[in-house]
Design a protein around this ligand. Sequence first.
Ligand SMILES: C[S@@+](CC[C@H](N)C(=O)[O-])C[C@H]1O[C@@H](n2cnc3c(N)ncnc32)[C@H](O)[C@@H]1O
Length: 383
Amino acid sequence: MNNNYFDMIAKTMMGLEEVLADELVNIGAINVNILSRAVSFKGDNNIMYRANLWCRTALRVLKIIKVFDAKNESELYDEVSRIDWQQWMNTHDTIAVDCTLNSSNFSNSVFVSQRTKDAIVDQFRHKTGQRPSVNLDNPAIRLNIHVSGDSCTLSVDSSGKSLHKRGYRKFTPPAPINEVLAAGLIKLSGWDLHSNFIDPMCGSGTILTEAALMALNIPPGYYQKKFAFENLPDFNSQLWNNIKNEIPSSIGEFDGEIIGSDISKDAVDMAHENIKTAGLHKDIKIVNKSILEFEPPPGPGVVITNPPYGERIGINNISDLYRSMGNAFKKFYNGYNVWVISSDIDTIKLIGLHPSKKIKLFNGPLECRFIKFSIYEGSKKNM
Ligand SMILES: C[S@@+](CC[C@H](N)C(=O)[O-])C[C@H]1O[C@@H](n2cnc3c(N)ncnc32)[C@H](O)[C@@H]1O
């Protein structure tokens, strides 16, 4: 193994771990292991930069600094003090420490974050007379301490802000889908990246935008101005420039059609703006029609849609809407594989088609099902 390899953890959403593991293997990561809402792996700076730029289902990429045991605050403070922090930051850097706590050793996560930060700033003060200052919102160096029982994993966050904030979404409707979840749904659907792709309830166009990025082989990090790894002392700007310079030659072409529709004029306007920001206005078409009026081009193709859920959008008759969806799918979508994600698990049955696959996922705090209906001549007869 390359001497420059180190341990990393990429975080994701529940249900997308295997998809993320595949993405990491594809960029050359090794020792890839699936955890809960995360994937551990090994790689060097090249892999870490690529993971931030290319992994569509990663929320953050953490570079592990140290794993240690701590049963109380003074053990935590001592262990953090033993790290040479000048290898990781300078006194003029601003810092923040995030904590995820799953241990009865400590009373709360804020306290663990503060003790970790204290150990770092005290070391700088003793060595240099100066100390890094704290900036919780936009730090140069974001650290992460994960405490599970006695075991603490201290990492530096190579991403900075969550990678789902791609940078193309300027406008959002009441219940936008997370970009990482949208990308994960497309990967889970097995879309071949060549046939038509449709979202007939597209809202601000997130699923369509992620589909176009995939079909054209544009990295999800294309619109990011800066990643946190650019602030690390060992940042290799030449390596990063080389990785970015590979992008123009990798951008591909797409022969099929990517089309969205929504009943709301406001949503359609937002979708237009977001797609324009992404520079994809020639690749994605949006129309302002209800699902009962919008006719997709002939199949084959894939539909992925995130309809209103009763819990989230105050729609009086969610049942009528789901029946209408079923009617539209039977009438217009012959030859399509239609996927619907919803937390209204009972209401989905009103679509009136036989599901050929069901995947459990979470959309934020809501437990959802991502359900596949294969529409072909005779689908209706099979009901
Ligand atoms: C949960 S939102 C979709 C959000 C979208 N995935 C995004 O990321 O912005 C559901 C969308 O369904 C649309 N909608 C509701 N009833 C509809 C109907 N009968 N036909 C078409 N669109 C409808 C709403 O206007 C809303 O934009």
